[in-house]
Design a protein around this ligand. Structure first.
Ligand code: NAP
Length: 301
């Protein structure tokens, strides 16, 4: 039985592992897709204090190495169930089971889809949720980005250096993204802003070749694009843990800054938690708070 099981190998989970290892606790971090979490898809991170500029991949590689060098164990596993057992908690991942005395849930969030007909079918055939991962396939091609947050603006900026054109499609007339990203996008000659509009249809037989846009007044037009990058936010995936940690209306863990849940010994950290600002800094802060609280709880029980 590990001292602490961490579910999620993003910034929050790996920071928790670093803090727990430095407190001398045995730690296993379970991750379903890729260590590093969502930031691996950011081509440039420029707002982490003390690091003026770093790629999301370099940052997360360094973070994972730091956790492992300190002795944190890591495993790929999709956790599908969690229960309380005498002396701790048991996680189920398919046929595998893992046991720990305390639990830190740092499950992050996954990409929200537009829910369009054929969206799923066209993933990898023109539709993508990660410009950094797939942008290179669209060199000198016409592309579009849907969304108005930091991720959408970052994707548009990244694509502007690769693709022939980028249509940035946002459903409102003002952006949610940081002004610095919006200003940077305005300086790119190959980014076109399409405001007050939604992507309402995906065209093309086997691969995407056009999208239909519908504006506020109901008018629609079809524009040729070979790549559509969907960056319309994230949704949490905390269902398997709802017995242990209360969820808010949006499906995020309803926990405060202390990262504690209704179950003693269960802590939550990062984007999976109800909060105002989902950033690397706040994920790292949560990871350290949750691990410190878990270590204290282990000492005192
Ligand atoms: P976000 O901030 O939630 O923005 C999502 C965007 O998608 C919003 O503009 C939203 O429109 C739009 N949207 C949502 N559902 C839609 C739909 N069904 N159809 C069309 N548009 C839709 O998500 P995010 O950009 O992925 O960012 C998530 C968090 O990570 C944020 O806290 C962000 O600051 C952070 N982040 C930070 C950086 C960085 O460099 N520091 C980089 C990436 C992300 P409305 O504005 O109308 O709601």
């Amino acid at each position: 039985m590990y001292d602490i099981l961490v579910v999620g190998g993003g910034t929050a989970g790996l920071t928790a592992a670093i803090y727990a290892r430095r407190a001398g606790r045995t730690v296993l971090v379970l991750e379903s897709t890729g260590f590093g979490g969502q930031i691996t898809a950011s081509h440039l991170v420029e707002n982490y204090p003390g690091i003026p500029a770093v790629s999301g991949l370099d940052y997360s590689d360094a973070l994972l190495k730091q956790a492992k060098d300190l002795g944190a164990e890591t495993k790929f596993a999709q956790v599908t169930g969690a229960e309380q057992i005498p002396g701790g908690f048991r996680l189920t991942a398919g046929k595998k089971e893992f046991e720990g005395k305390a639990l830190i849930l740092a499950t992050g969030a996954k990409h929200r889809t537009l829910g369009l007909p054929r969206e799923e079918e066209l993933v990898g055939r023109g539709v993508s949720y990660c410009a950094v991962c797939d942008g290179a396939f669209f060199k000198d091609k016409d592309t579009a980005v849907a969304g108005g947050g930091d991720s959408a603006l970052q994707s548009a900026l990244f694509l502007s250096g690769v693709a022939k054109s980028v249509a940035l499609i946002h459903r409102r007339d003002t952006f949610r993204a940081q002004a610095a990203y919006v200003e940077a996008a305005k300086t790119k000659a190959n980014i076109t802003f399409v405001m007050d509009s939604n992507v309402t249809a995906l065209e093309g037989e086997n691969t995407l070749n056009a999208i239909t846009l519908t504006d506020k007044s109901g008018g629609s037009k079809t524009i040729p694009v070979e790549g559509l990058f969907i960056e319309v936010g994230q949704i949490p995936d905390n269902g398997p843990f709802a017995q242990l940690a209360e969820l808010d209306g949006g499906g995020y863990f309803a926990a405060g800054e202390d990262c504690r849940t209704k179950t003693p010994g269960v802590f939550v950290a990062g984007d999976c938690r109800s909060k105002e600002l989902r950033q690397l800094t706040t994920a790292a802060a949560d990871g350290s708070v949750a691990a410190t609280a878990a270590c204290q709880w282990l000492d005192e029980r």
